[in-house]
Design a protein around this ligand. Structure first.
Ligand code: CP
Length: 337
């Protein structure tokens, strides 16, 4: 189902901050009720304030009571054509924390996809049984295609090298929770900016804020031209760098990504860039005491495990925030937030 909130303009300069409070209930006038979530471009700053307010309430409720019946009787179809640990698990946990249930298809090779069933037919099958579908698929635009055929909300859980909007929303929520605000921050994205869909979505989302963004990558893994054009048009002026050293001391949030081995056509190209950056104790010694270190995970070798005990390492907390944000999104598209 595609509705009209796609590309709604920013409508407020409300500073997004920690701990906003919003009530739960039947709010079927929510702009996201019945909608797909396909791209971060659907979210204005007002929408982000709203979403994070709901996510914060979810966090409080989970802390207080663990599980509650806001979405009792609702069923999530978790349809994953690509591997996932965090996104699949946190969506499944999110619906169950809200009293609903999940149909999980992790290995499409054990579904009728293996017999040649098309994405539109698979989606229309899933929606016969489910109230909302989370879809991960290797092709850019697959979530939008699915949404054209579905009458129930489709949530993009990663479409190839395209977008990963729910990850970007939880990334921004993490920045708000860890730093207290977004405007005024210096944010550095490091690693595979070409194939990493999380950074494509996050850059688009950051372009709604008054932030300084540095992009650090090997020349062959620069941010794609279409994403750069979009963020430049939105008023963000990211600077591109080959090395981290020059920008690290001024960085408030360092967002590290894995080099996406599975997206390389030529293994030799992957081998030549796979160890371009490693954040270790030496790196952290040059960073601000208040810096937040993030990573969408999985990591391979981009952040040394010795850094995990550093209080600035927020990546495991980031995973936890993901469940609250996905609880909020499920409640919003199902008209209960
Ligand atoms: N961050 C993320 O998308 O992780 P998974 O691939 O494990 O879902």
């Amino acid at each position: 189902m595609i509705r009209e909130n796609v590309h709604r303009p920013m409508t407020t300069t409300d500073p997004i901050h920690r701990n906003p409070h919003l009530p739960f209930g039947d709010q079927q006038t929510s702009p996201f009720y019945g909608n797909d979530i396909l791209t971060v471009n659907q979210f204005s700053r007002d929408d982000l304030v709203y979403t994070f307010g709901v996510a914060h309430e979810m966090r409080e409720m989970v802390t207080r009571v663990g599980t509650f019946d806001l979405l009792k009787g609702k069923i999530l179809g978790n349809l994953f054509y690509e591997v996932s640990t965090r996104t699949a698990t946190s969506f499944a946990t999110a619906i169950q924390r809200l009293g609903g249930s999940v149909i999980q298809i992790n290995e499409v090779k054990y579904s009728s996809v293996a017999k040649g069933e098309s994405l539109p037919d698979t989606i229309r099958t899933m929606e016969a049984y489910c109230d909302v579908i989370a879809l991960r698929h290797p092709e850019v635009g697959s979530a939008a295609l699915a949404a054209r055929y579905a009458s129930k909300p489709v949530i993009n859980a990663g479409d190839g090298v395209g977008e990963h909007p729910t990850q970007a929303l939880l990334d921004l929520f993490t920045i708000v929770e860890e730093q207290g605000h977004v405007d005024g921050l210096t944010i550095t994205l490091l690693g595979d900016l070409r194939y990493g869909r999380t950074v494509h979505s996050l850059a688009r989302l950051l372009s709604k804020f008054d932030v300084k963004v540095h992009l650090v990558s090997p020349p062959s893994l620069r941010m794609p031209a279409n994403v750069m054009a979009e963020v430049l048009e939105s008023g963000l002026s990211p600077t591109e760098h080959d090395t981290l050293n020059g920008v690290l001391p001024k960085t408030d949030v360092l967002y590290v990504t894995r080099v996406q081995k599975e997206r390389f056509a030529n293994p030799a190209d992957y081998e030549s860039v796979k160890s371009s950056y490693v954040v270790d104790e030496e790196t952290m010694a040059m960073a601000k005491e208040s810096m937040t270190l993030m990573h969408p995970f999985p990591r391979v070798n981009e952040i040394a495990m010795e850094v995990d005990a550093d209080p600035r390492a927020a990546y495991f907390r980031q995973m936890g925030y993901g469940m609250y944000v996905r609880m909020a999104l499920l409640a919003m598209v199902l008209g209960k937030a």
